[in-house]
Design a protein. Structure first.
Ligand SMILES: CC(C)(COP(=O)(O)OP(=O)(O)OC[C@H]1O[C@@H](n2cnc3c(N)ncnc32)[C@H](O)[C@@H]1OP(=O)(O)O)[C@@H](O)C(=O)NCCC(=O)NCCS
Length: 147
């Protein structure tokens, strides 16, 4: 079985990344959204590359010493293999090099898998935004982690 390589996203990965996003979210970022983010220095994306196939993605939007974790998404065929955990570890190492001291994120209140992932990574629930998400309408839980 091919090894999974965690590495920074390249421009040629963006098509696959946007397809992955479309599989996983009701309001997905499009190709152009990722391309736009890719060109901005305060966005940082990592992918999981399995023998040339992009099977997962996760990003950071960095603002001074705080970063928001965004677009965390793993192919349905490769869940529970530890890939999202490895992506977060990679992003935290890169964030540390850039001086990030605190991470925040939003997650659907009913997304048990994602909440378990973030809690395992050390995130702590810091608040609720009632009705934040649509399709379906759902509360957002806000999570925070000191880097
Ligand atoms: C949430 C998601 C990113 C997790 O990715 P993953 O690669 O399967 O997660 P990992 O294998 O790294 O799991 C790490 C830990 O998270 C928790 N976890 C992950 N999936 C879980 C599930 N379905 N049920 C319970 N716990 C889960 C476990 O604690 C797991 O550790 P363990 O396997 O040692 O028990 C993936 O399910 C996904 O892409 N979902 C659809 C998109 C999404 O919801 N993204 C998050 C938006 S905020």
């Amino acid at each position: 079985m091919a090894d999974i390589v965690i590495r920074e996203m390249r421009e040629e990965d963006i098509r696959a990344v946007s397809l992955l996003e479309a599989e996983n979210f009701s309001h997905p970022w499009r190709y152009e959204d990722f391309l736009d983010a890719y060109t901005k220095p305060h966005y940082l994306y990592y992918v999981a590359d399995k023998d040339g196939e992009i099977v997962a993605v996760a990003g950071l939007i960095i603002s001074f010493d705080e970063a928001e974790v965004v677009n965390v998404s793993v192919s349905a065929r490769h869940r529970r293999e530890g890939i999202a955990g490895k992506l977060l570890t990679g992003l935290f190492e890169a964030g540390r090099e850039r001086g990030v001291k605190e991470y925040v994120l939003e997650v659907r209140s009913g997304n048990a898998a994602a909440k378990a992932l973030y809690e395992k990574a050390g995130f702590v629930k810091a608040g609720v935004s009632p009705g934040f998400y649509r399709d379906p309408k759902e509360d957002a839980f806000l999570y925070r982690l000191k880097g």
